[in-house]
Design a binder for this molecule. Structure first.
Ligand code: UD1
Length: 419
């Protein structure tokens, strides 16, 4: 079994560079499918989810090569339109390949992503939008068979929720469709802007990225380009949580401060001070934190659901009561039971978690049940007195490149053990 061994409590110091965003890299890799020539994506993180996406691209007929932290994708050999079930199951977000495969080949066969660690993850908005664009979709025994009669058509699509995945799938299908697609109530996340910037660089015509209305004029073809993936705002928020939980001061380099604006007020409420200098952020935590009146996860520019668990780990050590309301996913408090093992005091009632701050946590064996929940256990383990063992690393490795190395660079007593 693989585990992270943490001996705490730790005091962190120094600087760290934040790696590229997983949630940008995956749709960008799907977007590379649409191009007529090679694409180079710089600043890609070495993560298991990125490897799964590379395997999907290779299965479809692309060549994919790493050059340091750049991924070179040559989509000229695309000859398949299916994603094998095993790959779909490894990564639920592989659904973002649907729009790109349909736009590139005129058909697609893949299995339903189904439920996952965070509760049900429906794709009705994705399918409804693609149907409006002229995709025929048959859903049989957990399998989606898609085909396009003639070519994809631009459409007016109103989303009932600003779904990130659905907005990405629509963009990927619409850039090569005939006519104009207008998406209202589109997701506004920075990863949407990154995808639009990449596609526009390839010759697409997308306006309004980062706003609620996206206008996409279809073009005949796209060419490859070079693009630098944005820094991972959730990884940055996780290391900010680690600094807060351990009463430390650290500097995070290679961040886009504007992307962190939704999380900064929560850290300031806990008593942390934040200074921004260009692309660097310094966070300094007080000896004993305060509390956060309430954190409500919302679509961007609201507080990100992905940062809820790591921030909660820090709030466990505040003084007073912090309230969390999870509005995006039904089942996103799996870390709570494990935080209790470390001595936290948290009560969950439906979508609400009430965190009563405690003066200290103590080390214990804990198990990650999802990606960000796993990161929260590491954050708490760094602050806890004694030895914490974190298992379930396959989740953490989906989103954090060599997390133990990054934290050790900041002075943490953490190592990975293979047994
Ligand atoms: C979500 C997050 C995104 C994060 C990603 C990975 C939001 C709004 N989105 O994106 O920031 O990076 O997880 O953790 O915070 N839904 C439907 N039908 C659909 C699609 C979605 O009902 O067809 C619902 C989901 O059940 C969920 C919500 O919409 O309640 C969020 O979905 P969506 O933004 O699509 O999720 P992801 O793309 O996975």
């Amino acid at each position: 079994m693989v585990k992270l061994l943490i001996h705490g409590p730790n005091r962190l110091s120094g600087e760290l560079s934040v790696h590229g965003a997983k949630n940008s890299t995956l749709p960008l890799m799907a977007a590379a499918l649409l191009c007529k020539s090679e694409c180079v994506l710089h600043n890609c993180p070495h993560l298991s989810d990125v490897e799964v996406s590379a395997r999907i691209l290779r299965h479809l007929g692309c060549t994919v090569q790493w050059e340091g932290s750049s991924l070179v994708v040559d989509p000229r050999g695309v000859c398949q339109w299916d994603i094998p079930d095993a790959l779909m199951r490894e990564m639920r977000s592989s659904i973002v390949f649907l729009g790109a495969i349909v736009a590139r080949t005129g058909r697609a066969v893949l299995s339903f992503p189904g439920g996952c660690e965070l509760g049900p993850r429906p794709i009705d908005l994705h399918l409804h939008a693609l149907r409006k664009m002229g995709v025929r979709i048959a859903e049989d025994y957990g399998c989606l068979s898609c085909s396009v009669d003639g070519s994809l058509r631009g459409a007016a699509i109103g989303l009932s929720f600003p779904s990130v995945g659905a907005t990405e799938n629509i963009m990927l299908a619409a850039v090569l469709a005939e006519g104009t697609t207008i998406v209202t109530n589109a997701a506004r996340e920075p990863e949407i802007c990154d995808l639009a910037m990449f596609l526009n660089r390839c010759g697409a015509r997308i306006r309004g990225a980062g706003e609620s209305t996206l206008v996409i004029e279809g073009v005949r073809q796209l060419h490859g380009c070079e693009h630098r993936v944005i820094p991972d705002r959730i990884v940055a928020a996780t290391y900010m949580s680690a600094a807060a939980a351990t009463g430390s001061a650290i500097i995070l380099n290679h961040v886009i401060p504007a992307h962190l604006e939704p999380v900064m007020p929560a850290f300031e409420e806990l008593g942390c001070s934040i200074e921004i200098k260009g692309g660097s952020l310094r966070i300094a935590a007080p000896r004993r934190m305060g509390r956060i009146k309430s954190v409500r996860t919302m679509p961007y520019p609201g507080f990100p659901t992905d940062a809820q668990a790591p921030l909660m780990a820090a709030a466990c050590l505040g003084s007073g009561t912090s309230i969390f309301v999870e509005n995006i996913f039904e089942s996103r408090y799996k870390h709570v039971g494990e935080l209790l093992r470390l001595g936290a005091n948290i009560k969950v009632e439906g979508r609400v978690a009430v965190v009563e701050g405690v003066p200290r946590l103590s080390g214990a064996p804990v198990e990650a049940a999802d990606l960000r929940g796993g990161a929260a256990l590491v954050v708490a383990g760094l602050a806890a007195r004694g030895d914490t063992e974190v298992t379930g690393l396959r989740y953490i490795d989906r989103g954090y490149e060599n997390m133990e190395r990054s934290l050790a660079l900041l002075g943490a007593d953490i190592r990975r053990e293979y047994q």
